[in-house]
Write a protein that binds this ligand. Structure first.
Ligand SMILES: Cc1cc2nc3c(=O)[nH]c(=O)nc-3n(C[C@H](O)[C@H](O)[C@H](O)COP(=O)(O)OP(=O)(O)OC[C@H]3O[C@@H](n4cnc5c(N)ncnc54)[C@H](O)[C@@H]3O)c2cc1C
Length: 381
C-alpha cells in the first residue's frame, strides 16, 4: 500500500496500532486532537487476550514494572457483604489463557506504549491536530487536519484508521451512525492511596461488589501503592454514597473515605454492520463502544490493532475486508454480552438472590471456562 498509515486518535487503540505497524516495518502518522497526551483515566484491567499481544509487541518487561497480577477475583453480595465466590486467577490464569491477568493505571500503559513507539521509530505523532474530514483518493486517503495552534492542512496517506473513540468522526466515512445512546448509567471513578482502603478489600485481588442497581469494583494500580475504585449505577444518583447507602459497612466506609470522584457518563452502541469502508477502518471505541461490564474496551482495541496491523502488512488484496471478517462477530458479541452482564450485575430482589445462589453453587472451573471466549482468544494469522 502506497503512503503511510494515517491514524486519528492517540488513545490505547491508536497507540497500539502505531506500535504494531512499526513492529512490522510500516510507518504511520498519528494525529491526536488533545494538545498533550496527558496521563488521564484511572485503572484498567488487562486480560490475557490483550496482555499476550502487548507482550508480543515487546511490552512484557514494561508491563511487569507497572502492573499487578491479581491472585483472584472476589465477588461479594453488596447488601450483606457476604463473599459469593472467589475465582482464582494468578498463575492459573497464565497457564489457562497463556498470559497473566494484569491490572494497572491507564496512564502507565499509555506511557509504556509511547516509550516503545519512540524507541521503534517509524511513527510521527502530531498533537493538537483534530481530524475534521476525510476521503478516499485514487490511490489512498486524504484527511483535513485543524491545528490547535491555528490553521489547517490536508495530509495524504495510504489508508486511514479511525481510533478516535466514542464520538468518532471517522464513522461518517464508514457510513455508520455517529450518535451515541445514553445508558442511564454513570461511573464514578477514583484512585486513592492503598492505605486508605478498609481492610475488607484485599489488594492482592480484584473485588467486585454487586448491589441492586449498582456495583463497585476495586483493584490495585501502581503496583499496589494505589487502589482503583469504580462505582457504576443510576446516572441520576447524587454520587456513590447514595448508590451504596444500603450496602455493608466496608463499601460505605470506602466511599465515606471521600476519594475525589470523577463522574463518567456511560454510553455504548448496538453492534454495527461493518468496521471499514474502502481504505478507511475503525478500531477501538470508534468501532465498538461498549458498557464496561466485561472490562474489555481497551482489550478489544488492542486486539483490533494487532489484527489490522498484521493484515495490512500482509500481501492480501483487501486487508480491510479481511480485518472486518476477522473482528465483526467477536466485537458484536462483546458489546451484546457487556449489556447483558451489566443487567445481571445490577439485579435486585428475587432475581439477585437467584443470581447469587447460582454464583455460589457454580464450580470455580466452570466460571473460568465461561471466560475462555474472551481471554483465550488468539489472532488466527
Ligand atoms: C468506568 C470504565 C472502566 C473501564 N475499565 C476497563 C478495563 O478495566 N479494561 C478495559 O479493557 N477497558 C476498560 N474500559 C474501556 C476503555 O477505557 C476504552 O474502551 C478504551 O480506552 C478505548 O480506547 P480508544 O483508544 O478506542 O478510545 P479513547 O481512549 O477514547 O481515545 C480516542 C482518542 O482520539 C482522540 N480524538 C477524538 N476525536 C479526534 C479527532 N477528530 N481527531 C484527532 N483525535 C481525536 C481523543 O482525544 C482520544 O485521545 C473502561 C471504561 C470505563 C468508562
Amino acid at each position: 500500500m502506497e503512503g503511510p498509515a494515517l491514524i486519528a486518535g492517540g488513545g490505547i487503540a491508536g497507540l497500539t496500532l502505531a506500535l504494531a505497524l512499526a513492529r512490522r516495518g510500516r510507518p504511520s502518522r498519528l494525529f491526536e486532537r488533545a494538545p498533550a497526551l496527558e496521563a488521564t483515566g484511572a485503572g484498567v484491567q488487562l486480560s490475557p487476550n490483550a496482555g499476550r499481544i502487548l507482550e508480543a509487541l515487546g511490552l512484557g518487561p514494561a508491563l511487569d514494572a507497572i502492573a499487578t497480577r491479581p491472585e483472584a477475583v472476589s465477588i461479594v453480595d453488596a447488601p450483606s457483604g457476604r463473599r459469593l465466590k472467589r475465582i482464582t486467577f494468578g498463575a492459573l490464569a497464565e497457564r489457562r489463557w497463556g498470559a497473566p491477568y494484569r491490572v494497572l493505571h491507564r496512564a502507565d500503559l499509555q506511557a509504556a506504549l509511547l516509550e516503545a513507539i519512540a524507541a521503534a521509530g517509524a511513527v510521527e505523532i502530531t498533537l493538537g491536530a483534530e481530524l475534521r474530514d476525510m476521503r478516499e483518493t485514487a490511490d489512498g486517503v486524504a484527511i483535513d487536519i485543524a491545528h490547535a495552534t491555528g490553521g489547517g492542512e490536508t495530509v495524504e496517506g495510504g489508508w486511514l484508521a479511525g481510533a478516535d473513540g466514542l464520538r468518532s468522526v471517522v464513522r461518517r466515512a464508514v457510513k455508520l451512525p455517529t450518535s451515541v445512546g445514553g445508558s442511564a448509567l454513570k461511573a464514578w471513578r477514583a484512585v486513592l492511596p492503598a492505605s486508605a482502603l478498609p481492610t475488607a478489600f484485599d489488594m492482592a485481588e480484584v473485588t467486585l461488589w454487586l448491589g441492586p442497581g449498582a456495583h463497585l469494583v476495586v483493584y490495585p494500580v501502581r503496583k499496589g501503592r494505589e487502589a482503583n475504585v469504580v462505582v457504576i449505577g443510576d446516572d441520576r444518583a447524587a454520587g456513590p454514597a447514595e448508590l451504596a447507602a444500603s450496602w455493608a459497612a466496608p463499601a460505605r466506609e470506602l466511599i465515606a473515605a471521600g476519594p475525589a470522584w470523577t463522574p463518567w457518563p456511560l454510553h455504548d452502541r448496538p453492534p454495527d454492520a461493518r468496521m471499514h469502508r474502502g481504505r478507511i477502518a475503525l478500531v477501538g471505541d470508534a468501532s465498538h463502544a461498549a458498557l464496561p461490564a466485561l472490562a474489555q474496551g481497551a482489550g478489544f482495541a488492542i486486539e483490533d490493532a494487532a489484527v489490522l496491523a498484521r493484515l495490512v502488512a500482509s500481501d492480501i488484496a483487501d486487508p480491510f475486508a479481511a480485518y472486518q471478517s476477522a473482528r465483526l462477530m467477536r466485537v458484536a458479541r462483546m458489546q451484546t454480552q457487556a449489556r447483558k452482564q451489566m443487567r445481571i450485575d445490577h439485579l435486585s430482589g428475587l432475581a439477585a438472590m437467584a443470581r447469587n445462589a447460582a454464583l455460589a453453587a457454580a464450580p470455580e472451573a466452570a466460571l473460568r471456562r465461561g471466560l475462555d471466549w474472551i481471554y483465550g482468544w488468539r489472532d488466527q494469522g
